[in-house]
Design a protein around this ligand. Sequence first.
Ligand SMILES: NC(=O)c1ccc[n+]([C@@H]2O[C@H](COP(=O)([O-])OP(=O)(O)OC[C@H]3O[C@@H](n4cnc5c(N)ncnc54)[C@H](OP(=O)(O)O)[C@@H]3O)[C@@H](O)[C@H]2O)c1
Length: 268
Amino acid sequence: MANLRMTVLVVGATGSIGRLVVDEVIRRGHAVRALVRNPGKARQLPSEAQVVIGDVTRPDTLSGAVGGVDAIVFTLGSDGAGKVGAENVDYGGVRNVLRALGNRTARIALMTAIGVTNRTGAYNRATEAHDWKRRSERLVRASGLPYTIVRPGWFDYNAPDQQRLVLLQGDKRQAGDSSDGVVARRQIAEVLVRSLNSDRALRKTFELIATTGPAPDDFDALFGPLDADPEGALDGVHDMANMPLKEEPQRVRDDLDAVLARRSANSS
Ligand SMILES: NC(=O)c1ccc[n+]([C@@H]2O[C@H](COP(=O)([O-])OP(=O)(O)OC[C@H]3O[C@@H](n4cnc5c(N)ncnc54)[C@H](OP(=O)(O)O)[C@@H]3O)[C@@H](O)[C@H]2O)c1
């Protein structure tokens, strides 16, 4: 697919991945809009970035961010803010931005995490961060928007010669440490941005790690062999079915119903 110039909104633009996404969007020749909640932090961003001040937990601040965008990259993180942060930011942030988008369409690239389907490990039991990130994935799948979901391995644990990207599916690596796989922040940013322009990345969910070898030069070839998520599925293809909808909190089911209703209104 041609590298058509897009306007790309980065949600989480001041974060350790988001800043690199902003750089990559510019490098790829797109226009970049950065959602920033703290105006002081906007100064860290390159002058090419159009800064919009907003907080994903305050829906009234989001309409200016989504107007006229062709694509949205989510790299939000609420690390350290516990269960409430995970629900309000990692999940609620995605819900609120999609809600602000309304019936407009945009290509979505969502970053979550390797091991996101592991519900029983100590990390998820303490923070529920996996569960809430996985619910954000479900909202994106249910939205009917064209999407790619990237679940990176452990950030920046890779050696300089580990440039080869490996895409896995089914989220089978769940040790909860860097033995699950490592990947450089810069590589994550590149994959998120490259997915926006690749038809071969559509409706695909994958874990992203790096191993010894050269960097890829053909991203369509990288995304191509992956299985797409089935139409209408809430979870990634090959994911463990360990989050039954009927056991989900009512507010989560209500959010999903609202997304599905918006989708059917748009298609009628
Ligand atoms: N570390 C790893 O090895 C690893 C591996 C896989 C996945 N992950 C996941 O990656 C995420 C961390 O990514 P990162 O390092 O880029 O995170 P980060 O540096 O903490 O950045 C998080 C971004 O989200 C923004 N944000 C937080 N709350 C917001 C709100 N209410 N409204 C608007 N923006 C808000 C932050 O804004 P401010 O700058 O204003 O705070 C920041 O831009 C984590 O959630 C983690 O689970 C980590």
